[in-house]
Design a protein around this ligand. Structure first.
Ligand SMILES: CC(C)(COP(=O)(O)OP(=O)(O)OC[C@H]1O[C@@H](n2cnc3c(N)ncnc32)[C@H](O)[C@@H]1OP(=O)(O)O)[C@@H](O)C(=O)NCCC(=O)NCCS
Length: 184
């Protein structure tokens, strides 16, 4: 959906712009997905599994921009993609219309500067505007920075998917389920 651009001041004094992820950023988004997949083991995709074509990525970004129930938010620093985040509904059925899921990833260079905190704060405002009553997410066990960020933003742990991730070396990790109410 469309939303207002917002400027935030980072812990290192740089300015960061939060804005909709529009299709003009399709190539940067593909590059960003490959980079983040290589920089952390805590995302779903391996780097070789980022297979979006430019055309498909453009289509997807145009669709999300026009969808009143989804948000895709880009973080830019000096015109460079520092990260992306999103909220999506849980499906068509009325009984889940009140729930949305949140996803976020930044490139490593921009970790720890406050971008995650600002993005989740803004996404929570937009989610309330849309009419969602709660946000949900999964975080891989061991991703302490992400878990700390979510707890700081008001998420609480509600359960686990045991062995949800299986890595190429044969090891497993659980996913921790988290929830934040938007009702207050
Ligand atoms: C997880 C991620 C989104 C966090 O965003 P960020 O901009 O780095 O987070 P912020 O700087 O806003 O805040 C992180 C908080 O966690 C704290 N923190 C950082 N590392 C920590 C650690 N190892 N253990 C506990 N707390 C930690 C910080 O102190 C900070 O809190 P503070 O601002 O009160 O000091 C980002 O690091 C990232 O994209 N990581 C890789 C992809 C990923 O894991 N995505 C989440 C998938 S569920």
């Amino acid at each position: 959906m469309r939303f207002e651009e917002r400027q935030i001041l980072l812990k290192n004094g740089a300015l960061c712009t939060l804005r909709p992820t529009t299709s003009e950023y399709a190539q940067e988004m593909i590059d960003y997905m490959r980079q983040t997949a290589a920089e952390t083991p805590f995302l779903l995709r391996n780097p070789d599994e980022v297979r979006f074509t430019l055309e498909k990525e453009r289509e997807l970004l145009d669709y999300i921009y026009g969808d009143e129930h989804s948000v895709m938010m880009l973080a830019l620093v000096d015109g460079k993609v520092a990260g992306n985040s999103s909220i999506n509904g849980m499906g068509e059925k009325r009984r889940v219309w009140h729930r949305c899921s949140l996803a976020i990833a930044l490139t490593k260079e921009y970790w720890g500067l406050g971008i995650g905190t600002a993005m989740i704060g803004y996404l929570a405002e937009l989610a309330k505007q849309i009419g969602y009553e709660q946000m949900e997410l999964e975080v891989v066990d061991g991703n302490d920075r992400a878990k700390a960020l979510y707890e700081k933003c008001g998420f609480v742990e509600t359960g686990r998917h045991i062995n949800a991730m299986k890595y190429d070396d044969g090891t497993y990790r659980d996913e921790i389920l988290m929830y934040k109410s938007l009702r207050e």
